[in-house]
Design a protein around this ligand. Structure first.
Ligand SMILES: C[S@@+](CC[C@H](N)C(=O)[O-])C[C@H]1O[C@@H](n2cnc3c(N)ncnc32)[C@H](O)[C@@H]1O
Length: 236
């Protein structure tokens, strides 16, 4: 189903083009669609995700948050070579992908949800961090088009954790994302075939493993399971 974008005021031709995939409607319409939908007001775009109808905007990304010593950076192996080509195949709000890009990686992001993809595009463009590409599509579909040094998977699992414990950005993702696009085990197999160095899977610390990782990095709440990739090295 085509997602709605409600706009307050008149949309410029550029904005109309930018949100061409959405059903555009004025915000003062009497019966707005059920959440989730986008709201565009004074050039800023947010998502309405529940009946409280307060738009959520992903917070601006601060590149100073990026640390080469973080668990994620070490799991990906950026301390060995910062300029790796990375496919962030389940980009979400892009915080992880932006962190890797801020540290020097060449990151392509993929996001299946059109609402999340549209907001992620705004977030990337508002930041000073350069991302190689942002694709609206499925992880498997994009993986099939090439190989990367590292493929990063951060799947959402239905009912993962208790709602009250998740931070707002993750609560919003859970409210708007269709869990059925997530197929972590089959994606892992595909990812290994399209990664020349490694596949990194982010899990909650206590989540079960997918298959048998080659090694793991554990933090207090999350864990990164690392699997060797089996693709031939790319020359790029
Ligand atoms: C846990 S979130 C990722 C959070 C992200 N690492 C961040 O830093 O914000 C998982 C995201 O993967 C997306 N997703 C799930 N399955 C996907 C698939 N097969 N292809 C592409 N995106 C997918 C969901 O829509 C969701 O936005």
């Amino acid at each position: 189903m085509t997602p709605y974008l409600f706009h307050a005021g008149t949309m410029s031709p550029e904005e109309r083009q930018r949100f061409a995939g959405f059903a555009l409607a004025p915000l003062d319409r009497e019966t707005p669609a059920r959440p989730p939908y986008l709201v565009l007001r004074e050039g800023r775009c947010g998502v309405v995700y529940d009946d409280a109808r307060l738009p959520f905007l992903p917070p601006a990304f601060d590149p100073r948050q990026a640390s080469a010593q973080s668990l994620l950076a070490r799991a990906v192996g950026l301390h060995v070579r910062p300029s790796k080509r990375i496919l962030d195949a389940m980009a979400g709000w892009g915080s992880d992908g932006l962190e890797l890009a801020a540290l020097g990686a060449r990151v392509t992001m993929v996001e299946a949800s059109m609402l999340v993809w549209a907001l992620l595009r705004e977030r990337i463009e508002a930041s000073t961090v350069v991302v190689e590409a942002l694709v609206h599509g499925s992880a498997a579909g994009v993986m099939a088009t090439g190989t990367w040094d590292v493929i990063y998977l951060d799947p959402m699992f239905p009912g993962r954790g208790r709602k009250g414990l998740a931070k707002l950005p993750m609560q919003v993702l859970r409210a708007i994302v269709d869990d059925s696009v997530d197929a972590p085990m089959s994606l892992l197999d595909t990812a290994r075939r399209h990664a020349s160095e490694r596949v990194v899977v982010k899990r909650r610390r206590t989540d079960p493993m997918l298959g048998r990782p080659d090694w793991q990095l554990k933090g207090t709440t999350v864990r990164f399971d690392v699997y060797r990739g089996t693709a031939c090295h790319t020359t790029e």
